[in-house]
Design a binder for this molecule. Structure first.
Ligand SMILES: [Zn+2]
Length: 630
């Protein structure tokens, strides 16, 4: 059983500093918030007593699992029993976890909830120990026997995908003694990323600076973002940028050593497990072909002109003589309209109409019955996410602040929720969970629908410009930027594989070269530009992860194109296959699922679809701005 116990949170983490205090969202305590804007936990269990009982029962039933040790490889009846038993227990364990976890999310100062949460974590640890023998024993069953058993026993149908996938990955499982040896090194292999997070979060000392308003600012990530987005004084932005990066520059050789550690650990593990490269190791789990990765980074690198066009436009509009990296977030208009939550809900509801009545009606349910926790309250976690509870319904958390940005966050999280709901409804538990590789398709698709709807319906030119800028920044921030990052990690890891040194000079050199390839001559240089690699947590914690943001974006753009362009018949068929994707959970490899939805990520055109969309949006923005100036 390779089913890992993970918590599936699809989140957008927003800084609590962007909190925009408004009467309607500013609740002094959770009790003041009307019921319809809060989660309803009794959908999971009616009360704590029921939860306790379930917890005790689960703990007891866990002891059933080891009884099957040694007998599942000899008798298919036992295999069926263990599959069904562990599925049943996993499903219930998640419910037990979510009942506490979700309540804790909105009340993080509650120590009683915290101790309950720790209790559940112990249960999960026990679960891991008691099921650890299953995978190795399953692998002792010859592949042909397994195939035969699955064909003869319909009870195994739901587990077929997972069971057969085990054999695909078998060539990377080592012999028992080698696995044991590897296990001794498991923790030390992740030491570098541990050092990175201690240095950049726990031990970090943010710089204090004084800006043109004579006020002192501590340049934490949240304050930094605020200054870059809202401070129209370029010199202030420069100061903030330099203060942010000086912290990293002071330790830059240490950072190079840490990153080298991360890369070397990855390469050692990849080699030990018979992978050609670290990238191959990272892609194998979801069976993603390497061409997908290479197609993405190469196609985007060859098509950066639209990005440069946008930067030039920004430079002109902002009236800047020189354009720097720290000018990339500053808002083009001073638009500050407030969107009350109930209006936002209506906007999203109207916007998803092209997805059909069923989708729309479901979305109405998702926003009305205690599925959404809307407003901020003291002790509630920051950010936004959607998380499913199989057999119950998804739960979405927001910290709604009335900004346009948050209207899009609502559409985004509802995309995840609908995807989860459709999948849960149409797939058995074993196949309901979808991968990150397809997850952001549903969310970005809804954002795109919302953009279209709002552009079509607004009469305020400033709102139109803000909407277009939001969409453009979204693509440059998610698609272009993350692809540049993916390109960067690809090049750095390749150095390790070729036995070449990885140090400050090399790391900054690659960074600089990519900057030139992406931004051309639009950007002016700053002394700290080449140290930005040291600040990207993903490089250190989850190598080869960020490319998925870009591929999801491309998939979503391609599906959007299929659903909105062409003959009526084609559009209808494209919509059907998109809905099929939403219903498919994890019933196949993500690349196959996307192919069925009309997306082939190994093709150049799929990547170009986003670039063309971006280009068109920039043109549209230029037209809108000219209109405003008249
Ligand atoms: Zn998301």
């Amino acid at each position: 059983m390779k089913k890992e116990i993970i918590v599936f949170l699809l989140a957008i983490f927003t800084s609590s500093l962007t909190y925009n205090a408004m009467a309607q969202t500013n609740y002094a305590s959770r009790d003041e918030i009307p019921k319809e804007y809060k989660w309803n936990f009794s959908d999971i269990y009616s009360d704590w007593e029921t939860w306790e009982k379930e917890f005790e029962q689960l703990t007891k039933q866990l002891d059933e699992i080891p009884k099957f040790k040694g007998v599942i490889k000899t008798d298919v009846k036992n295999l069926i029993k263990i599959q069904q038993l562990s599925e049943e227990l996993t499903k219930r364990a998640y419910k037990v976890y979510q009942f506490v976890g979700l309540q804790y999310t909105v009340d993080t100062k509650n120590m009683e909830l915290l101790s309950k949460l720790q209790k559940v974590q112990q249960l999960f640890a026990q679960f891991g120990v008691k099921t650890s023998w299953i995978s190795p024993e399953l692998l002792e069953i010859p592949e042909a026997t397994m195939k035969k058993w699955i064909a003869e026993n319909p009870e195994l149908k739901d587990f077929e995908f997972e069971l057969m996938d085990m054999y695909r990955l078998q060539k990377h499982v080592l012999s028992a003694d080698k696995e044991k040896l590897m296990s001794y090194y498991r923790q030390s292999l992740s030491t570098s990323s541990g050092v990175y997070s201690a240095l950049t979060t726990t031990d970090i000392q943010f710089k204090k600076i004084t800006l043109s308003d004579e006020k002192e600012y501590t340049i934490s990530p949240g304050v930094y973002k605020q200054i870059l987005s809202n401070n129209y004084n370029q010199e202030d932005r420069k100061k903030a940028f330099e203060a942010r990066y000086e912290v990293f520059a002071g330790n830059i050789n240490t950072h190079a050593a840490i990153y080298n550690g991360v890369v070397q650990s990855g390469w050692a593990s990849a080699r030990a497990r018979n992978y050609e490269t670290s990238l191959d190791a990272a892609l194998e789990g979801n069976n993603i072909p390497k061409e997908v990765y290479l197609n993405l980074i190469n196609t985007v690198k060859a098509n950066t002109k639209p990005l440069q066009k946008y930067l030039k436009l920004r430079k002109e509009l902002l009236g800047l003589d020189k354009y720097y990296k720290y000018d990339r977030l500053i808002n083009l208009t001073d638009y500050t309209k407030e969107y009350p939550y109930d209006d936002a809900k209506k906007l999203v509801y109207e916007a998803v109409a092209p997805l059909g009545k069923d989708y729309q009606e479901k979305l109405k349910v998702a926003t009305s019955n205690g599925w959404l926790d809307v407003y901020e309250n003291p002790g509630k976690r920051s950010g936004a996410f959607s998380s499913g509870v199989y057999g119950i319904h998804p739960y979405m958390m927001l910290n709604y602040d009335g900004t346009l940005d948050y209207v899009f966050t609502l559409a985004h999280e509802l995309g995840h929720t609908m995807h989860t709901w459709y999948s849960d409804e149409n797939q058995p538990f074993a196949l309901h969970g979808y991968t990150i590789f397809v997850a952001e398709v549903a969310s970005t698709f809804n954002e795109r629908l919302l953009l279209d709807y709002m552009l079509k319906n607004t009469k305020d030119p400033k709102e139109r410009i803000t909407l277009l800028t939001q969409a453009i920044n979204n693509i440059s921030g998610t698609f272009y930027r993350q692809t540049r990052f993916a390109d960067y990690e690809y090049q750095v890891h390749a150095l390790a594989e070729q036995g070449k040194p990885i140090n400050k000079a090399v790391l900054s050199g690659i960074w600089k070269e990519l900057d030139v390839q992406y931004f051309g001559d639009v950007l002016e240089e700053n002394q700290y530009d080449d140290y930005i690699w040291a600040m990207i947590p993903h490089f250190h914690g989850t190598p080869f992860y960020v490319y998925q943001y870009a591929t999801c974006f491309a998939s979503s753009a391609q599906i959007y194109k299929n659903v909105t362009e062409g003959s009526k018949k084609d559009k209808k068929a494209a919509l059907e296959s998109y809905l099929t994707l939403l219903k498919s959970g994890g019933n196949d490899f993500p690349m196959e699922q996307l192919k069925k939805a009309g997306v082939d990520l190994s093709k150049k055109e799929t990547i170009l679809a986003v670039i063309n969309q971006f280009d068109a949006l920039v043109d549209q923005l230029e037209i809108e701005i000219k209109k405003l100036k008249k």
